[in-house]
Unconditional design. Structure first.
Length: 457
């Protein structure tokens, strides 16, 4: 099993990795298939199913699908260019992707939200079609957005293409137990094993540059979120809170009466800054998803700003450790809210952040595994019930609490020797089972929970 650090941490665009980035990626994949096809297409159609339909508007899935079919990609997303392209598509009823002739596509007619039963492969399903001049379908593909920006075709999902088939890596751990055994046998840290695996598939220079880029984008997202004020889009009239809280915290600096628990407000503010940017459609890094993108960067920023001895040169160790834990969760359970609820998103992010913080603070491999276990265990059963389908309530604050739990979990693990009753593997399996048993209305459909008990307007 190998999932790259660049699979777990992808530079992309908000508000959702599975509902925004995934459909955009699917559109690009379909265009590639169309370019390779032996016939000429005249138009395009698309249908969204399951969670992509139920919360698609709130998650900008319709917008992302149109942009994907127009040739946009998450990693190089430019907001102004996207706005111009959407306006042109609305006016002309055409998309003009590179390498193809103009294709008829009127989003009001050719993009369908199907609120019937979900497709069989995954809760996040979509069907893309190309048609000839008579309107007959000449090419069709079903795509599943399986969380964190990962996209598979129906055939790939059925054949297990989400499992790594690349060249062997030095430390191919598929479970927490194997990870600990390999660490003990090799004398290496989890980050060192992860680094060796990454280099075996690439080179150290590209790894170092790529990881530095991840933190650069994460940190810049925090800074933007701490500066930008206003009302978030979508109709809930949710006000950006991070700048105001930051102003209060900075005004209190040096005051002898500041309560010790105020440090939690700093962590929450960093996380909320990221997720307010995400909700506004800004540039974020999946960690492991957009909906949970604030937890990992908030904990890193807290560590750098407040923990004695913290140095930026150890951020790669944090991210590599976190990626190793995230890979275990994705491989053995899920990181998709539509598949397993928010325990799979913020829960996974909290486990990743707890592991990374424990590692850079000198924790052993056993303590790192313990930190991840504590953080994930105390998110079990968390539902995904976004109000109005927007990645705002309860998602923004939830990232703050996920960061706080991550720091607490790492601290508890560091107070012990790594021995503990419940292994990480047991918690991951419990999360998988809980997600399987969870009612669909609590899995990113906005049909239950807060989504129906809080007025949407």
């Amino acid at each position: 099993m190998f999932l790259s650090v660049f699979d777990m941490f992808k530079v992309g665009v908000g508000p959702s990795s599975s509902h925004t980035m995934g459909p955009m990626v699917a559109g690009a994949l379909f265009l590639d298939a169309l370019r390779a096809a032996p016939f000429r297409a005249h138009g395009l159609r698309a249908s969204l199913h399951g969670s992509l339909a139920f919360t698609g508007v709130g998650h900008a899935t319709d917008r992302a699908t149109v942009l994907g079919l127009a040739g946009f990609a998450p990693a190089e997303y430019d907001f102004d260019k996207a706005e111009a392209a959407l306006a042109a598509i609305r006016d002309s009823g055409q998309v003009t992707p590179e390498g193809l002739e103009p294709l008829q596509f009127d989003p009001k007619v050719d993009l369908v939200f199907d609120f019937g039963p979900a497709l069989s492969g995954h809760a996040n399903g979509m069907i893309l079609m190309a048609t000839d001049a008579q309107g007959d379908v000449i090419l069709q593909e079903t795509y599943y957005s399986i969380g964190g920006g990962f996209v598979l075709t129906e055939a790939e999902l059925a054949s297990g293409e989400d499992v790594d088939h690349g060249t062997p890596v030095p430390y191919p751990f598929q479970s927490g137990a194997e990870m600990l055994d390999m660490a003990a046998a090799s004398g290496k840290t989890i980050a060192e094993m992860k680094r060796a695996n990454e280099i075996s598939r690439g080179c150290s220079e590209s790894l170092d540059k790529g990881v530095a880029r991840i933190w650069e984008v994460m940190n810049a997202c925090i800074d933007r979120g701490l500066e930008r004020e206003g009302i978030l889009p979508g109709g809930l009239n949710v006000k950006r809170r991070a700048p105001g809280i930051l102003a209060q915290l900075e005004a209190e600096r040096g005051m002898n009466l500041t309560a010790p628990h105020t440090i939690n407000d700093w962590m929450s503010t960093y996380a909320m800054a990221v997720n307010e940017e995400n909700a506004a459609g800004g540039q974020v890094v999946t960690a492991p998803t957009n909906g949970a993108a604030g937890v990992v960067p908030a904990v890193i920023r807290y560590w750098l700003d407040f923990v004695p001895g913290a140095v930026g040169s150890k951020v790669p160790e944090f991210l590599l450790t976190a990626a190793a834990i995230g890979g275990l969760v994705k491989y053995n359970a899920s990181i998709s809210g539509a598949e397993a609820g928010c325990q799979a998103e913020v829960g996974s992010a909290s486990a990743m952040a707890a592991a990374g913080l424990c590692a850079v603070m000198g924790g052993s491999a056993k303590q790192v595994e313990n930190a991840a276990e504590i953080a994930l265990e105390h998110h079990l059963g968390m539902t995904c019930d976004p109000v109005k389908g927007l990645v705002q309530v309860p998602c923004i604050e939830r990232n703050g609490l996920g960061a706080i739990k991550a720091v607490s979990a790492a601290s508890l693990a560091l107070r012990g020797d790594g021995d503990h009753l419940v292994p990480l593997d047991a918690v991951i399996e419990t999360m998988r089972q809980t997600g399987h048993d969870m009612h669909e209305k609590y899995k990113e459909t906005s049909l239950g929970g807060l989504a129906v008990n809080v007025p949407n307007c």
